[in-house]
Design a protein around this ligand. Structure first.
Ligand code: HEM
Length: 88
């Protein structure tokens, strides 16, 4: 229980961009939605538009009222980091 959360760079996020291995960032939180994709009411093609990316804008454009955080609690991978750790 309570797996460790990691810091995810955009580069790492981008590697997970297929329906079988799909991560998405929403409001700074990164989720592994691989098991959710096939149940998405909007279809796989739609949700894949945000695959391996920061899907916040798309998500909010379509359904900002959807409580993704409670739906995807168990799919949380970590936190999206945008600044390089090598920069001051
Ligand atoms: C519909 C969840 C990401 C596009 C829905 C609905 C849920 C949902 C619960 C049904 C909403 C309702 O009927 O009121 C999620 C979750 C996402 C996600 C948890 C993130 C992990 C996305 C993304 C897109 C998208 C990135 C890209 C455009 C749509 C569309 C519908 C929809 C177009 C409407 C389907 C319809 O009305 O027939 N989604 N979604 N979703 N979603 Fe998502």
């Amino acid at each position: 229980v309570g797996g460790r959360l990691i810091r995810v760079t955009p580069e790492e996020l981008a590697k997970h961009n297929t329906p079988e291995d799909c991560w998405m960032a929403i409001n700074g939180a990164v989720y592994n939605i691989s098991h959710y994709c096939e149940f998405h009411p909007g279809g796989i093609a739609e949700i894949m538009k945000g695959a391996g990316k920061d899907g916040t804008r798309l998500f909010n454009e379509v359904h900002r009222w959807v409580n993704y955080d409670s739906m995807l609690k168990k799919c949380l991978v970590g936190k999206l980091v945008t600044e390089s750790i090598f920069k001051s």
